[in-house]
Write a protein that binds this ligand. Structure first.
Ligand SMILES: NC(=O)c1ccc[n+]([C@@H]2O[C@H](COP(=O)([O-])OP(=O)(O)OC[C@H]3O[C@@H](n4cnc5c(N)ncnc54)[C@H](O)[C@@H]3O)[C@@H](O)[C@H]2O)c1
Ligand SMILES: [Fe+2]
Length: 355
């Protein structure tokens, strides 16, 4: 069976295109009291970008905090806040921020039309009803969250996305100017998330020409951004993120993402930096990629945290191993059908101990 996957139907790209957001949303505002919600990273509070959000009288500007990556409890709280604000559902939910904010916007748009808690929908194709129209405005490039069919949430029992066709954004607004203020470290960590998507996709056993076409172009753009100097590197990284997301949509990520999920679940380490920490320990599996990653790290002058698993007891280590080993498709993509014989608990422990 081949996957018949859903794409984002509308994309606008270009420096300054954020100015067209009001016109784009006007097509959703058919009734007089239709209203939109702008789910916005609170890092933009009081900034010129916040002043440019095209708010109408009845609209809601909902600032969100992403110091912790999105949790199901936070999604449920935000959804309640939106439902309680007006007697009708909004006509649009717009996420303005990095991967975390985009994921919160996706999750809220889904939970406005699907009853109960978001924990009930962590998994594959559990969402029953189409979401409220939702759009993304990325302000940080790399995760591919702008094109993916998931929103990654940490719940009380698991870290697992709401994976469904309804999760995919209806509109993406790609304005490279909006990434101008990203701190250097964060720019590198989230950019490397994209680089690693490409390496894992291109080296994987699930690879096909569709994923390869997007993955190779994305990898080429990552190299231009992190090994060369270009005045339009923000434009390049925004497209690399989009194409990297397209590549893994039809293949899969691999060992690095599996291990980084363990780090994130137990230690709360954020996705981008967690991928960097894990990737640096994976020379055995991605030798050329890891060497190039280290060159990129040297060139940017960014460091990654070391010895993050130091002092963990056996129970904590077991939890991390369980989370990582639970991601069977990622291991199968990396190591093939017999991955269980190769990735034993001892092997995975030895990899974690390098981090
Ligand atoms: N849905 C998906 O397909 C998918 C894929 C990969 C990762 N993710 C999720 O994405 C999240 C990581 O996203 P991320 O790496 O983009 O980071 P993020 O959204 O967590 O943001 C990281 C930091 O950068 C700040 N920031 C964002 N834009 C900025 C700007 N323009 N200027 C200054 N600061 C800015 C944020 O406030 C935050 O402090 C994780 O929660 C991860 O699980 C989702
Ligand atoms: Fe990733």
């Amino acid at each position: 069976m081949f996957r018949n996957f859903k794409l984002v139907p509308r994309v606008i790209f270009g420096r300054g295109c954020f100015a067209q957001l009001d016109e784009i949303l006007s097509h959703q505002r058919s009734e007089k009291d239709d209203w939109a919600v702008f789910v916005t990273d609170d890092v933009f509070t009081g900034t010129p970008l916040a002043a440019r959000i095209p708010l109408h009288d009845n609209d809601m500007l909902l600032y969100v905090n992403v110091d912790d990556e999105p949790k199901t409890g936070y999604v449920d709280q935000l959804t309640r806040q939106v439902k309680d604000a007006r007697p009708t559902l909004p006509c649009a939910v717009v996420g303005i921020g990095g991967g975390s904010t985009m994921d919160l916007a996706k999750a809220v748009s889904l939970m406005l039309t699907n009853p109960g808690s978001s924990t009930q929908y962590q998994g594959w194709d559990l969402i029953k009803h189409r979401a409220v129209y939702h759009a993304a405005v990325p302000t940080l490039s790399g995760t591919g969250a702008e094109v993916s069919r998931t929103t990654v949430l940490t719940g009380p029992e698991k870290k697992l996305g709401l994976n469904s066709d309804h999760t995919v954004f209806d509109q993406v607004v790609l304005d490279p100017e909006l990434t101008a203020g990203v701190p250097k470290d964060q720019h590198f960590y989230t950019g490397m998330d994209c680089y690693i998507h490409c390496i894992e996709s291109l080296a994987g056993t699930y690879l096909n020409e569709f994923s390869k076409a997007y993955g190779e172009k994305s990898l080429d753009l990552c190299r231009q951004v992190f090994l060369e100097d270009h005045p339009d590197s923000a434009d390049k990284l925004m497209m690399a993120s989009f194409f990297g997301g397209m590549s893994i949509a039809y293949s899969q990520v691999g060992a690095c993402h599996a291990l980084s999920y363990g780090l994130s679940y137990l230690l709360g380490i954020h996705h981008g930096v967690g991928c960097c920490i894990a990737f640096d320990a994976l020379e055995e599996y991605y030798p050329e990629g890891v060497t190039e990653f280290r060159h990129m790290m040297d060139k940017t002058g960014v460091n990654i945290p070391r010895q993050v698993v130091k002092g963990l007891d056996d129970t904590q280590m077991d939890t991390m191993i369980n989370v990582a080993l639970g991601l069977a498709p990622l291991w199968e993509n990396c190591l093939g059908k017999d991955w269980q014989a190769l990735m034993t608990r001892d092997k995975i422990r030895s990899l974690f101990l390098k981090m």
